[in-house]
Design a protein around this ligand. Structure first.
Ligand code: IMP
Length: 212
């Protein structure tokens, strides 16, 4: 009898001690980033890991709306606790554009070079270069949503600089630094970036849930 109870406990122990979450992404860079910050005690699975390869609808006009739509889509389909992120580059002189349309600013091909060229062209004669990257993460635990925001302020340069990173990194210089995101090593970028900051807030929250 005791043996049976012990066996049951040991069988379920990993599930009790380890928090399982699906990150609504197949971006390996983002997965590594969050696994690195969270460390032990969490099992983060990707969309690939749960066998999901379709496109998830992103039809909302805001980052908040899209993060929420993506997270609830997976929660409602698979019934798993999960989180999704959405990021945009908001340029003051362009009325906040490309914003929620950052990935497809120059067309459906999601081409980063073309996106940056479009920004540089539109900004060619503009003096106010202020811009920010903003990330919203939507976390769903047992059907309840919590959102986290990360923002990094900076300026848009007149030309591309640096070869690292992705997206708009070569044209964005964060305030307080002399280099663009594309010239910065990943550890520094993760500490100050929009996504890094939003992830840190998510991690804080998950760690408090873990100890409740
Ligand atoms: P997503 O919501 O993370 O897919 O980001 C949408 C778009 O924003 C991407 O396709 C990139 O163009 C841009 N973006 C997001 N994060 C970054 C970043 O860290 N650096 C540069 N561009 C980014």
């Amino acid at each position: 009898m005791y043996r049976q109870i012990l066996n049951e406990v040991f069988l379920h122990l990993p599930k009790i001690l380890i928090m399982e979450l699906v990150f609504v992404t197949n971006n390996n860079y983002k997965l590594e980033e969050i696994r690195h910050i969270l460390g032990e005690g969490f099992n983060i699975r990707s969309l690939n890991d749960i066998g999901f390869q379709e496109d998830i609808p992103e039809e909302q006009p805001t980052l908040e709306g899209n993060a929420s739509q993506k997270a609830f889509y997976i929660y409602n389909t698979f019934g798993v606790n999960c989180f999704a992120d959405d990021t945009g580059l908001e340029i003051d002189a362009l009325g906040g554009k490309p914003g929620v349309y950052s990935a497809r600013y120059a067309g459906e091909e999601k081409n980063s070079e073309a996106n940056m060229d479009k920004v540089l062209l539109k900004m060619a004669k503009i003096k106010n270069r202020k811009a920010r990257f903003r990330t919203v993460i939507s976390l769903i635990i047992d059907g309840k949503e919590t959102q986290f925001e990360g923002v990094v302020e900076g300026v848009i340069l007149h030309e591309k600089k640096g070869r690292m990173g992705f997206g708009y990194d070569p044209v964005f210089k964060p305030d307080g630094f002399n280099e663009t995101f594309a010239e910065m090593n990943l550890t520094t970028k993760n500490k100050i970036s929009h996504r890094g900051l939003a992830m840190q807030k998510l991690v804080q929250h998950l760690k408090t849930l873990r100890h409740e």
